[in-house]
Design a protein around this ligand. Structure first.
Ligand SMILES: [Zn+2]
Length: 300
């Protein structure tokens, strides 16, 4: 996997590098437990599970159980020990000539997270071995899920300020949204501030040239003041601050919420990127604190 043939995925504190033609078809937002499922054009290629643990699990026993289940489920299954992948334990189930399923697990003692993967290979043994080495060798547990700040998937790459948690995603073809909420100091409950980060593809086809209209489309709940033209990642960008339009009575009382919208058109990727924040008047959340990449997305 060279840089051109692979891409980086960062999700809830787990970082990995996968072949570029792999796509995420299922993703979860669970902090304690969750998974990512990848497919290529023909079939499922990788399932990655994370689980928060209170202490180190007995990996040997866990894998023995899995081996046992695999031999029951697939009678006559050819099982071999997975070797040569530092940090990982597991086994390989030979399905047929050129088809293998790899079960592997690792426990990250720093973050107390258990990572399990199921890799489905459809290639000859030596190719499988090198693909697997690059895949497993590039899976890194960077943080606890609740402390994850880097989110990179579906063409959207954002680093959020400390204290923000991903709570909602909307993934449609050429339109991807991640919503984050801020947690209060003790991280127990939402502070009332949030941010919506979005990548909208095929921008040239529909984006109005008029900046204010474009920003309004992306921040529909905000009554915006003037739009300021700035520079974002080498592109002209539009920035505006505003008040939330509803409920009016709160605005009239001076208690209304505020927001910021930052948006730019990236020609090389033909996409519009935007960050819209919303916060109680006294505790501003700046759109620029959400750091994003667009056409330089492949460089870390
Ligand atoms: Zn760009």
């Amino acid at each position: 996997m060279t840089d051109e043939s692979s891409e980086i995925v960062k999700w809830l504190g787990v970082h990995l590098r996968v072949p570029r033609q792999w796509e995420i078809v299922r993703h979860s937002l669970g902090l304690e437990k969750g998974s990512l499922v990848f497919v290529d054009r023909r079939r499922e290629t990788l399932r990655l599970y994370w689980t928060s643990c209170e202490r180190a699990p007995d990996l040997n026993r866990m894998l023995d159980d899995m081996r046992g289940k695999a031999s029951l489920e697939f009678s006559g299954a050819k099982l071999a020990e997975l070797r040569g992948h530092p940090g990982w334990q597991g086994f390989i189930r030979e399905v047929s000539d050129g088809e293998r399923v790899i079960h592997a697990a690792q426990f990250d003692s720093r973050t107390l997270r258990l990572i399990e993967v199921i890799v489905s290979e459809s290639c000859d043994a030596s190719e499988g071995k090198s693909l697997r080495a690059r895949l497993l060798g590039n899976i890194e547990v960077a943080a606890k899920a609740e402390q994850a700040r880097h989110f990179w998937a579906f063409g959207l790459n954002v680093t959020v300020p400390p204290g923000f948690r991903l709570f909602k995603t909307d993934v449609k073809p050429a339109d991807v949204t991640f919503e984050f909420e801020q947690l209060s100091e003790e991280r127990a409950r939402p502070s009332g501030a949030s941010a919506v980060v979005r990548r909208l593809g095929m921008a040239a086809a529909w984006a109005p040239a008029e900046k204010l209209r474009l920003v309004k489309q992306h921040a529909p709940g905000l009554s915006l003041a003037d739009v300021e033209v700035t520079d974002q990642l080498g592109h002209h960008s539009s920035f505006a601050k505003g008040k939330e339009t509803k409920p009016r009575i709160l605005n009239w009382l001076g208690l209304g919420r505020r927001g910021e919208a930052l948006l730019w058109h990236c020609e090389p990727t033909n996409a519009i990127y935007s960050v819209v924040t919303s916060y109680p008047k006294r505790t501003p959340v700046l759109a620029r604190e959400f750091s994003m990449t667009c056409c330089e997305a492949d460089h870390e």
